[in-house]
Ligand binder design. Structure first.
Ligand code: ATP
Length: 375
């Protein structure tokens, strides 16, 4: 979670200058259209000062959720509570929310200063105060001295920072970011991720971020809400989602996972011994609770936790190399077990691995495996 800023913000602002830092609750929110239910019911708690990301495949309901928070879409059922206040039926301008879209949505014929000042003018803030707040906010986003330029005279990254300044200048209770980086090239996108996160943490502003990009979600978020077909599949820190996916969907959507059917041979709390095909045994941890010995489950491995050994290594599962993808820094092998299950294995791009050929017999050592019970 975020705390006090280590240093004052650029532009002379401090966290205390912001009336930010509000918690948001979505309670049993449902959105139904004539033909189908797009969302819900979903319950999501956004904690004070955190950056919470809605992540999931196309059509899972991320944008619908964000638009409901912003007041651009009315929920069919449920309640929205911001800072203890029910805002379900409040019109968007009264919600005290800053919104940044992927296409910047700047006014092309207005200067940067006029663009950033927009929300303050709507709120009838006195002119000298507007000038001062716009200048300070442009400094916060790292764009001093661009007040008199027009959007076309800025780069994509700079425009997105102006859009962020425009959303933040009204000192909203909550900031909503709808795929704000997706129009930027890959390099700039990576840089902007860090910048955005830095500004968010230093302001301590409660933020909901929408993306379908898992790397972006992991690098930026305190917590991630993984969505699937209009429902919340799992909520947790990036580490929790990666290490303890609760379902097959979560395991495969987050990172690379190989899933192998298995049977629980022994269970001592969450420490398990599982049996794969042909009697091969592997130690693993359960992602939740202690499954019953004898029950069916799924063993999950991550490519960086599989290492290659000689085929007759005692603790290794025998396999043969069925695919080899050279990735520069690393080589990704797909290994096929005798029963035909695929195991992904990622190794550093060293000479001994480069020499390995398709069809070659190897032993796969599976480390830090997880078991998804009943999946
Ligand atoms: N106006 C509408 N009428 C009917 N169905 C809609 C409408 N708007 C959205 N939907 C449906 O609601 C579901 C959720 O859509 P939503 O835009 O929230 O998904 P998303 O996760 O943001 O997807 P993407 O990443 O592609 O933007 C989809 O199945 C979509 O087709």
């Amino acid at each position: 979670m975020t705390g006090c800023p280590p240093t004052p913000l650029r532009g002379g602002l401090h966290v205390k200058d912001f009336a930010l830092d509000h918690a948001l609750k979505l309670e049993k929110i449902v959105k139904r259209y004539a033909t189908a239910t797009a969302l819900g019911p979903v319950d999501i708690d956004v904690q004070k000062g955190e950056l919470l990301t809605l992540l999931g495949p196309s059509g899972c309901g991320k944008t619908t959720t964000l638009h409901i928070i912003a007041g651009l879409t009315a929920p069919t059922e449920g309640r929205l509570v911001l800072g203890g206040r029910d805002i379900t039926n409040l019109a968007p301008p009264y919600r005290d929310i800053g919104l940044v879209f992927q296409n910047y949505a700047l006014f092309p014929h207005r200067t940067i200063a006029q663009n950033v000042a927009f929300g303050l003018r709507m709120r009838k803030v006195p002119k000298p105060e507007i000038t001062d707040r716009v200048r300070r906010m442009l400094e916060v986003v790292g764009l001093p001295n661009v007040e008199e330029r027009y959007p076309s005279q800025l780069s994509g990254g700079q425009r997105q920072r102006v859009a962020l300044a425009r959303a933040l200048v009204i000192e909203p209770s909550i900031l909503l970011l709808d795929e704000p980086l997706s129009n930027l090239d890959a390099l700039l996108r990576k840089r902007m991720r860090l910048e955005l996160r830095d500004i968010q943490q230093r302001l301590g502003i409660t933020t909901v971020f929408v993306t379908h990009d898992q790397d972006e979600a992991f690098e930026m978020s305190d917590r991630v809400v993984l969505m699937n077909s209009g429902h919340v599949e799992q909520v947790g820190s990036p580490e929790t989602l990666y290490d303890r996916p609760q379902t097959r969907f979560a395991a495969t959507f987050i990172g690379e996972a190989s899933l192998i059917p298995c049977r629980i041979a022994e269970a001592t709390g969450e420490d398990l011994l599982v049996e794969l095909e042909k009697g091969y045994k592997v130690t693993a941890k359960s992602v939740r609770g202690a499954p019953v010995a004898g029950s069916e489950a799924l063993l999950m491995t991550r490519p960086e936790r599989v290492s290659l050994a000689a085929p007759d290594t005692p603790e290794a599962v025998p396999a043969k190399i069925s695919k080899r993808v050279f990735q520069g820094e690393r080589i990704l092998f797909e290994l096929e077990t005798p029963a035909g299950h695929a195991i992904q294995c990622s190794v550093p791009s060293l000479e001994n691995y480069r020499a390995m050929q398709l069809g070659e017999k190897v032993g796969a050592i599976l480390r830090e495996c997880r078991v998804i019970p009943g999946a």
